[in-house]
Design a protein around this ligand. Sequence first.
Ligand SMILES: *[C@@H]1O[C@H](CO)[C@@H](O)[C@H](O)[C@H]1NC(C)=O
Ligand SMILES: *[C@@H]1O[C@H](CO)[C@@H](O)[C@H](O)[C@H]1NC(C)=O
Length: 342
Amino acid sequence: MVLTSLLLSSVTLALGASAAPAASSEGPCDIYASGNTPCVAAHSTTRALYSSYGGALYQVIRSSDNATLNVPVLSTGGIANSGAQDSFCSGTSCYIKEIFDQSGKGNNLVRATIGNFKGPGPNGEDILADATKAPIYLNGKKVYGVYSTPGTGYRADNTNGVATGNDPEGLYAVFDGTRYNNGCCFDYGNAETSAHDTGDGHMEAVYFGTNTNWGSGAGNGPWIMADLENGLFSGYNPKQNTNDPTVTSRFITGYVKGNSSNQWALRGGDSTQSTVSTYYSGARPDGYYPMHKEGALILGIGGDNSVGAEGTFYEGVVTTGYPSDDTESAVQANIAAAKYSA
Ligand SMILES: *[C@@H]1O[C@H](CO)[C@@H](O)[C@H](O)[C@H]1NC(C)=O
Ligand SMILES: *[C@@H]1O[C@H](CO)[C@@H](O)[C@H](O)[C@H]1NC(C)=O
């Protein structure tokens, strides 16, 4: 087995080296658009999430002189130009200052500031992720993820087009399935515009980790759950849903979606495989319908700037409308085809 996969990956590497990077015919956000649930935010430090995206993916700042670099894609619709980051960051340390929104809505993620909770930075700001700590490969080529330690957080409070109130929404995020803790809360998604806890149902975000203060899944975790504010949920029962499995894969895609009736779903799958499993689909927990989404966006923290969690993020999107399971399956196949590997 080991020998076969080594052989296969050297063949892939050899082929990849001789050819120009293959332009992906579609990205996850092209798939969501075809399903009439377009992305309103698309964030990734690893690759373009639209076949037509040719802009910068994220910005790094280096310690030696505080200069910044916008890290571009290698080609339109392609992966990050990690070589550009490597040259720029050579001999100094580099941090991810901003993650650009590829959707055209301008929902860029920047350093989060103080909320109910303080970050460890000046004036209670959060800190930035080290840009070099999460190298991985897409189709054999090195790219970097967002390596979040406790205190690291990104946010966009004034957004454009993101679901508010009880409006329907879908989300996914690809995480490192082996980096997590039980702190609150390693989230990606919709949160409060004030960075303060404004009550039940004011968030709708994908969570990853082993926190058991609220809900949990089967086994010891880590689990994909939903942060709906004032709780991490894995189903209808606020305490436990044993259909929500302990994650064992190196890369995990978590899906959360909710419609404007009393329906939400929690799904997930190994990001190197095309299968998405449904962990829960049905009514919201008591007290969570209607929803009170506020439409801010967060990464690596809770909506109230809880900064206890750690994890690694590679890519994620927020849609408007409730994506179908078929759309999510096509998205998962697209992620698998990107060939995440460690
Ligand atoms: C970079 O900016 C920070 C924050 O403003 C400052 O403390 C630091 O001295 C600057 N470093 C350099 C090398 O200019
Ligand atoms: C929400 O989803 C449920 C379950 O699929 C469906 O019955 C309901 O019609 C949907 N509501 C809307 C407004 O789409």
